[in-house]
Structures are given as structure tokens and as C-alpha cells.
Design a binder for this molecule. Structure first.
Ligand code: AVJ
Ligand code: FE
Length: 449
């Protein structure tokens, strides 16, 4: 046995544990649903629920076994059906894939496929050669395809949860332990000035175990001084905007935002429900009298309109970095709170909660400038169009991942939501959506130069 063998063995076990933990969590999410919901499509532009239960194992087979290790798949028919969804963000309608006309298999077949895929993936994680960096195995450089599979499943758990949020409550079974944090101090209206300085965006390939293609490479950006809200905008604050007629005031909206608002008849956040003369939060398992202190979850267009109403704007991606990771000395931190590993005391992420918590409720997670909740409690909208960093190269294990969305139609969101796995909490991680996508767990704060 070579001297590195024990370290490799430990690593493999950690990857297997992660895979198994991922699979158990996904199973738990599907088991929250009434079987009647299984073929429904809670978000019209996304595939029905059944697709995702097949997509998770199929994707791992495709990315790791086929592209990474050059092994055969498990079931070509299932892998074709479940390879890729119709995503609302997708531009390329010419790619044949599953969609509206698809006849979906019974759940038992999907589950049986999942079990076979799991066996094959775990077997590969246990013993397949991982040092295959060269030539036709580019997708295994630094174990890339392994992490692609693992992080993809974790990311989709968030997709599933925000899809579940749209389902009627009668189609979900609430776990016994559902609790909400509702009370706290009323903390709005404070802002802090962050002096000009450098923000480091992206990651250095040789310094991190894994990153998605859009995270590379590392580069410094000069950020001019700006002022930013210490707390995310709450439901109570957003209600002022609604009551002041913000949704009817043309000049607060971009042309694109106004067109969306008109065609979709948008008059309030998608997470709000009106009943009689009261507002409620559309919770995962029930409707909740609108929690004043929770951050409001909105689309980017709504966030931008609110900011304009306040005479302010959304922060850029670089300003977010500076607010989150910058310090007075010029050194940058790994996380807003410093270099300690992310845990539940630092922010509302890693499935700690089904809903947001009051803004400022995790003071141990504040950044060096005293800005709260930059990681956790909802992603943060930025005004930055999603695009490649200098030196971008599509990843071999999943070349379409980012490149398909460099179309000028998507905006960067940063941080984490309650449904973001802790493995995805890192400064370079970037998420993106169209600015009129109102379903994600995304909050915002305002800034000004
Ligand atoms: C990066 C979250 C925008 O949800 O479409 C999952 C992630 N890509 N499978 C999405 C993704 C392919 C993606 N986001
Ligand atoms: Fe996917």
C-alpha cells in the first residue's frame, strides 16, 4: 500500500457519506408530498415534480460515471428522459429533451432507477480511479465530476423546496417540528458607509477543492466607496412600498420590469397572499400573518423598483463582496464573520429553517462592517448581469452549466438561503436568475454611491 492510500480512503468515505446524505435528504423532500402532487408542475415553466426525482440520480450517472470516468450509464432511456429539464432560463429550445408532451414513468420505476444509479455511483466513489486528469478524462481533473454530481444534487434540493413552496398546503405533510422565529427588535433603516477598496472575486483553481466554471478565475476589482443597508429589506418596509402605490408607479420600474408587471398582473410579492383585508406569508406548510421582521422575498425587478423608490439602487456583485468579505485592514475574510466554518449560529442556511428568520437575528454572522445576513436567510439580488470571469472555461463534466446563461438576461444573486446546503457556502459561489423570476428565496438590500 502506498503512503497516500489512507488519506485517499478517508476522502472516498467522506464523498460517499456526502452522496448518501444528499440522497436521503432528497428522498425526505419528495416524501413531504402527497402522491397526488407527483405529476404536477408547481412552477409552470419548470418540469413536473417527477422529473426531478429522476434527474438527480440520472445527472450523477451522466456527470460522474459517463463523462468523468468513461463508464457506461445505468439505463440509457432514463438518462435521456431525465438529463435536462426545461428551465425557464433556458434559451436553446432546439435541444430535444423532456417537456410538455412527455409521458412520465410511474414513481416506482423512477425509484427503482434511482436505486440502481445509487449503487453504481457509490461503487464508483468507493473504487474507481480518480487520478484520470489527462486526455479524454478532463472531466476528472481534481475530481471535478465527483463534485459536479454532489453539488448539483445539493443545489436542486433548494429548487425542490422553492417549488414545494408553490404547492397547495393540502398537498404537503408538515413534519411535527415546524417552528417559526417571528419576534425580535425592529431593525430597519440603518446603513453603513464602506470605504473604497479592492474586492477579490472568483477563486483560484489551485486553492480550492472545487468550484463551478463561473467561479474562475480569481481577480481583483476596485470598488469605490458606497453606502449599504445594514439589514435586508423586511416585509414591513416592503408593505410601505405596496401601500404607497409602488406597483402602479411607472417611473420606479425599468421598461422590462414594467412589461412583466403588466402582462403577469403583478401587484405584490409572490410570497404574499391577500385574504380579506389582510396580508399573509405563503409559508411552506401554512399561511402565516405577514411576519413584519422577515426579509421580503421578491424578484429582482421588484427589488430594483423598491430601491428606486427609496432613491437608492441594488448593490453590484463587487459591492456585495466588499460588504461581505472586506475589512478595514484590506484583508479579506473567508466568510462575513471571519474564517470559522459555517454553522447555524452564523446564518439561516443549510436547511436550518423552512422559512426566513427576522433580519439581524444571527448577529454572529455579521460582516466586518456590521452588515447582517449577507450569507443566509435568502440570497441577495445584485445589479450585476451574470457573465464569465476573465479566463472562463466551460467545465468538462457539465459544459452547459453556465455558458448557456451568459445571455445578458440573468443577474447574479449571492449568499445563501435557508435551503442552501452548507457545502455551497463559499465566497466565490454564484447563483443567477432572470430578474422577473419571483419564486427563489431571494431578498435584497439597497445601496447608494
Ligand atoms: C444555478 C440554480 C440557476 O436552478 O437552474 C441545476 C442550477 N443547473 N441543474 C438552476 C442547475 C442545472 C441552476 N441555478
Ligand atoms: Fe439540474
Amino acid at each position: 500500500m502506498s503512503s497516500i492510500a489512507p488519506a485517499v480512503a478517508v476522502d472516498r468515505q467522506r464523498l460517499i457519506d456526502w452522496y448518501v446524505r444528499n440522497r436521503e435528504r432528497s428522498r425526505g423532500l419528495f416524501d413531504l408530498l402527497d402522491p397526488a402532487a407527483y405529476y404536477s408542475r408547481p412552477i409552470a415553466l419548470r418540469n413536473p415534480i417527477v422529473f426531478y426525482e429522476g434527474h438527480l440520480p440520472a445527472f450523477s450517472v451522466i456527470a460522474l460515471l459517463k463523462r468523468g470516468l468513461g463508464l457506461p450509464g445505468v439505463d440509457p432511456q432514463m438518462e435521456r428522459l431525465f438529463e435536462r429539464g426545461i428551465d425557464p432560463e433556458s434559451v436553446d429550445e432546439a435541444v430535444p429533451r423532456s417537456g410538455a408532451g412527455t409521458i412520465w414513468p410511474p414513481r416506482d420505476d423512477v425509484l427503482a432507477y434511482g436505486r440502481r444509479a445509487d449503487e453504481a455511483v457509490v461503487a464508483a466513489l468507493r473504487s474507481a480511479p480518480f487520478d484520470l486528469a489527462g486526455g479524454e478524462h478532463r472531466a476528472m481533473r481534481n475530481g471535478e465530476a465527483v463534485f459536479t454530481a454532489l453539488e448539483h444534487e445539493a443545489m436542486h434540493q433548494e429548487t425542490l423546496l422553492y417549488m414545494w413552496h408553490r404547492l397547495p398546503h393540502a398537498q404537503k405533510r408538515a413534519p411535527r417540528s415546524v417552528r417559526y422565529e417571528l419576534s425580535g427588535a425592529s431593525l430597519s433603516g440603518t446603513a453603513v458607509t464602506i470605504p473604497g477598496g479592492v474586492a477579490t472575486l472568483g477563486a483560484d483553481r489551485s486553492a480550492v477543492p472545487f468550484g463551478w466554471d463561473n467561479e474562475f478565475g480569481e481577480h481583483a476589482v476596485e470598488v469605490a466607496a458606497f453606502e449599504i443597508d445594514v439589514y435586508s429589506v423586511t416585509n414591513a418596509e416592503f408593505l410601505e412600498f405596496v401601500e404607497a402605490g409602488g406597483y402602479r408607479t411607472r417611473e420606479l420600474w425599468s421598461d422590462r420590469g414594467w412589461a412583466w408587471r403588466e402582462t403577469e398582473h403583478i401587484t405584490h410579492p409572490a410570497f404574499w397572499v391577500r385574504d380579506g383585508d389582510r396580508w399573509y406569508w405563503r409559508g411552506m406548510f401554512e399561511k402565516i400573518a405577514l411576519p413584519a421582521l422577515w426579509p421580503v422575498y421578491v424578484s429582482g425587478e421588484e427589488a430594483a423598483a423598491f430601491a428606486r423608490w427609496r432613491g437608492r439602487r441594488l448593490p453590484t456583485e463587487a459591492e456585495y463582496h466588499r460588504a461581505a468579505f472586506g475589512t478595514r485592514s484590506g484583508e479579506e475574510r473567508q466568510f462575513p464573520w471571519g474564517d470559522a466554518a459555517p454553522d447555524a449560529t452564523r446564518g439561516n442556511f443549510d436547511f436550518a429553517s423552512w422559512e426566513p428568520v427576522p433580519v439581524g437575528a444571527r448577529p454572529l454572522g455579521a460582516s466586518a462592517w456590521g452588515v447582517h445576513d449577507l450569507v443566509g436567510n435568502g440570497w441577495e439580488w445584485t445589479s450585476t448581469v451574470f457573465g464569465p470571469f476573465p479566463g472562463f472555461e466551460p467545465m468538462a463534466s457539465y459544459p452547459e452549466y453556465s455558458a448557456d446563461f451568459f445571455d445578458g438576461q440573468h443577474y447574479v444573486i449571492k449568499g445563501a438561503s435557508p435551503a442552501t446546503a452548507r457545502e455551497l457556502v463559499r465566497p466565490s459561489f454564484r447563483n443567477w436568475f432572470r430578474p422577473n423570476y419571483p419564486y427563489v428565496y431571494a431578498k435584497f438590500r439597497t445601496a447608494i454611491s
